[in-house]
Design a protein around this ligand. Structure first.
Ligand code: G6P
Length: 618
C-alpha cells in the first residue's frame, strides 16, 4: 500500500506535495519521491529511501524544487526492496512520461517482457515502471493523446491502480487513472481564469487543509487535471459528469477512512488483503509458488516443516499445521519462536523452517530464523513488510500483501498469513501429488471465493455488536473447538483479551473436562467454534457439558447447521467453504467480538495497554 498526491496550480508545488504525503504516512512508508515541473521544463525528480523526513530534508521542505505542477508518492514496497531506485516517481526515457502508482499490476512481468522486446530498458524491479513505460509505448505507437494512451494501458493491465502521470508535451497537466485503489480529487477554482488549484491524493487527509469539496473518481475512469479544473473520462474516452462530495469529518477521522478506529478499518480491508495475496499465487488450476523459489523438486525432498512464530502469527501456524498435513501429508511442527530458539533442536538438513511474521522484525522470530540457518536448514519467511530483517535473511520469501497495519491487534495481516499457509499447503500437495489436479482446481476456486464471503460476514456485524454489548462486563470467557476450530479459537481468545482486557482462554474442546470445566459458573460465556463437519457432533457434546454446568453458550458455525440453536443461546453463522479454509471465515466474527467488547468498555482499541505492534526485544 502506498500514498500518492498531485498538485497543479500557481504556487510552488513541492511543499504542498510533501505536506500531503505526510498525511498519508499511515499508508506505509519506506521511501518517497516527487516529480515537479516548472512550466514546460523537464520534471525534476527527487527520491529518498526511508521516512518522508529524509526527502523533506533533501529538498528543504520542498522549497528547493521549483515548479507549480507535480506528483508525489510515499512507498510501501510490494515489488522490489525499499530503495531509492525502486522509489517512485518512475520515468520513461527522456522523462517523457513520469508517474506514481498505488496498487499492484498483476501481469507486470508479461508486460515487461513485451516491452523489452520493443527495446525498452528497465532500471527498477517495480511494476510501476512497467506501467509508465507501457503508457509511453502506446502514446508513441498510436500517436494519440494522453487519455487514449492511458485507456489503452488500462485495457492491458490486470490488477489495481491509482495512477498519476505527467506527459512532457502537456505542461501544467496531470493525468490520472483508477481501478480498485483509492483516489480523490479536489478543485479550488480561482477568482480569475488560471488562478485555480487542483489536488489529487489517495485519501482525504492529504488535501483537507485546502478543500473539503472532493470528487471520487470511479473504477476504470480517468481524469485530466488542470489549474482549478478537472475533467473525467470513461474507458472510451468520453467525458463523464461527477458530483462533488462535501467532507464533514475532521482530519483524524479522515485518516481512518471514516472508521472510528484503525482496527475496524483494517477488519474491513480484509477482503482486499486476502484477494491481493491470493492473486499473487493462485492460478487457474491451483497454486504457483515459483516466485518464492520453492521448486517442485525441493518441495518433494522436504522431510518435515517447522513453523515458527509469535502471537497471532503463531496461531496462523497452528492452522497451517492442520492444513499442510491434511493436503500435503508432510509432518508439521508448530512452535513459539521464543521456545524454538532455546531448545536443543533436532533439525534435519532436509527440513524446512517457516517463519511467519507481519513486521519481519520480531526479535524471537528473527533469532529463530538465524538459529535454523546456522544449523544449515533451509528457511522460508512469510512476511508482510518488504525488506524487513526476516525477509532479508530468509532463503525464500512469501510476501503477504496486507498493506501496512496500524492497530496493535492484527487482523488483516493474520488473514493474509492464512492465505500464505494455504498456498504453501497446496504448493506442497501439488508437488508431492497428494491431491489430484481436479481437487487443486476446486480448492483454487474456493480460495478465490473467500473475499466475497468475508464481505458477507462483515455486512452482518451489528448482531455481534449487540451481543458484545451484553457481555461487556464478563469476567472470563472460554473458547472451545477441535482441529482447525481449536486453532482459530486461539486467535479469537487472543483478540478478546488483548483489546478488551477480559480474561479468556481457548481450549481444545475435548480437553475442557480435564480441569478447566471447574471454572465454569452460572452465566460464564463459552464460545464454541464448529465449522468442521466431521467434528461438529463431538464439539456439540462438549458444549452440552458446559451448559449443564451453567455456562452461557455462543456458537459459531456455518449456514445450514441450524439445529445448533437447540443448544446455543446465541449463534453466528458464516458461509460454507472447504473445511481447510474455514479459519479465514470463522475468525472474522471473533475479531469483531473483541473489537466491540473493547469499544463497549471504552478502551483504547488501537493501542491497548502494555502492548506493542512490533516486539523487537526477546
Ligand atoms: C506482537 C503483536 C501481535 C503479533 C506479534 C508477532 O505481539 O501485538 O499482533 O502477532 O507481535 O508479530 P509479527 O510482526 O512477528 O507478526
Amino acid at each position: 500500500m502506498c500514498g500518492i498526491v498531485g498538485f497543479t496550480g500557481h504556487v510552488q508545488a513541492a511543499p504542498i506535495l510533501l505536506d500531503g504525503l505526510s498525511k498519508l504516512e499511515y499508508r506505509g512508508y519506506d521511501s518517497a519521491g516527487i516529480a515537479v515541473r516548472d512550466g514546460d521544463k523537464d520534471p525534476v525528480v527527487v527520491k529518498a529511501k526511508g521516512r518522508l523526513a529524509i526527502l523533506s530534508e533533501k529538498t528543504d521542505g520542498g522549497h528547493a524544487v521549483a515548479g507549480t505542477c507535480g506528483i508525489g508518492h510515499t512507498r510501501w514496497a510490494t515489488h522490489g526492496e525499499p530503495s531509492e531506485l525502486n522509489a517512485h516517481p518512475h520515468c520513461s526515457e527522456d522523462n517523457f512520461v513520469v508517474g506514481v502508482h498505488n496498487g499492484i499490476i498483476e501481469n507486470y512481468q508479461e508486460l515487461k517482457d513485451k516491452l523489452v522486446k520493443k527495446g525498452y530498458v528497465f532500471y527498477s524491479q517495480t511494476d510501476t515502471e512497467v506501467a509508465v513505460k507501457l503508457i509511453d509505448y502506446y502514446y508513441h505507437k498510436y500517436n494519440v493523446g494522453p487519455i487514449d494512451a492511458l485507456a489503452k494501458t488500462m485495457v492491458r493491465v490486470r490488477g489495481s491502480y491509482a495512477l498519476e502521470v505527467m506527459f512532457k508535451d502537456y505542461p501544467g497537466e496531470i493525468y490520472v487513472a483508477r481501478k480498485d485503489s483509492p483516489m480523490i480529487i479536489g478543485v479550488v477554482p480561482g477568482e480569475k481564469e488560471d488562478e485555480g488549484e487542483t489536488y489529487v491524493a489517495s485519501d482525504v487527509p492529504a488535501i483537507l487543509k485546502y478543500t473539503r469539496d472532493v470528487y471520487y473518481i470511479g473504477n476504470l475512469e480517468m481524469a485530466r487535471l488542470r489549474k482549478g479544473e478537472v475533467t473525467f473520462f470513461n474507458l472510451d474516452g468520453e467525458t463523464v459528469d461527477k458530483p462533488v462530495t462535501r467532507i464533514e469529518w475532521d482530519a483524524e477521522a479522515a485518516e481512518k477512512g471514516g472508521f472510528e478506529h484503525f482496527m475496524m478499518k483494517e477488519i474491513h480491508e480484509q477482503p482486499k488483503a486476502v484477494a491481493d495475496t491470493l492473486a499473487s499465487v493462485v492460478k487457474e488450476n491451483g497454486v504457483d509458488l515459483s516466485e518464492t523459489g520453492l521448486t517442485t523438486e525441493l518441495m518433494r525432498s522436504i522431510r518435515q516443516i517447522h513453523i515458527v512464530a509469535c502471537g497471532s502469527a503463531y496461531h496462523v501456524g497452528a492452522v497451517g499445521q492442520y492444513v499442510i498435513e491434511d493436503l500435503a501429508r508432510v509432518p508439521v511442527r508448530v512452535e513459539l519462536a521464543s521456545e524454538f530458539r532455546y531448545r536443543n533442536l533436532l533439525l534435519d538438513p532436509d527440513d524446512l523452517v517457516v517463519v511467519i511474521s507481519q513486521s519481519g522484525e520480531t526479535a524471537d522470530s528473527l533469532a529463530a530464523l538465524r538459529e535454523a540457518k546456522g544449523r544449515g536448514v533451509r528457511t522460508l519467511a512469510i512476511v508482510n513488510v518488504v525488506g524487513s530483517s526476516i525477509a532479508r535473511e530468509a532463503d525464500h520469501i512469501f510476501y503477504t500483501l496486507a498493506g501496512p497495519e496500524i492497530a496493535v491487534a492484527t487482523t488483516k495481516a493474520y488473514s493474509a498469513q492464512l492465505i500464505a499457509v494455504y498456498a504453501l499447503a497446496m504448493g506442497f500437495a501439488q508437488a508431492r501429488e497428494t491431491i489430484t489436479a481436479d481437487r487443486a482446481a476446486a480448492l483454487a476456486e474456493e480460495l478465490k471465493a473467500l473475499p466475497d464471503k468475508i464481505e458477507r460476514i462483515l455486512s452482518e456485524q451489528e448482531r455481534i455488536q449487540w451481543f458484545a454489548a451484553k457481555f461487556s462486563n464478563a469476567r472470563d470467557v472460554f473458547f472451545i473447538g477441535r482441529g482447525i476450530d481449536y486453532a482459530v479459537s486461539l486467535e479469537g481468545s487472543l483478540k478478546m483479551k488483548e483489546i478488551s482486557y477480559i480474561h479468556s482462554e481457548a481450549y481444545a474442546a475435548g480437553e475442557l473436562k480435564h480441569g478447566t470445566i471447574s471454572l465454569i459458573e452460572d452465566g460464564t460465556l463459552v464460545i464454541g467454534v464448529l465449522t468442521q463437519k466431521d467434528l461438529f457432533e463431538k464439539t456439540l457434546s462438549n458444549m452440552v457439558e458446559v451448559k449443564s454446568r451453567g455456562g452461557y453458550l455462543m456458537a459459531l458455525t456455518t449456514y445450514g447447521n441450524y439445529s445448533i440453536e437447540d443448544t446455543a443461546e446465541f449463534t453466528v453463522y458464516v458461509p460454507k467453504t472447504d473445511p481447510c479454509f474455514a479459519a479465514s471465515l470463522a475468525v472474522i466474527p471473533l475479531q469483531l467480538m473483541g473489537y466491540y467488547l473493547s469499544v463497549a468498555r471504552g478502551l483504547d482499541v488501537d493501542k491497548p495497554r502494555n502492548l506493542a505492534k512490533s516486539v523487537t526485544v526477546e
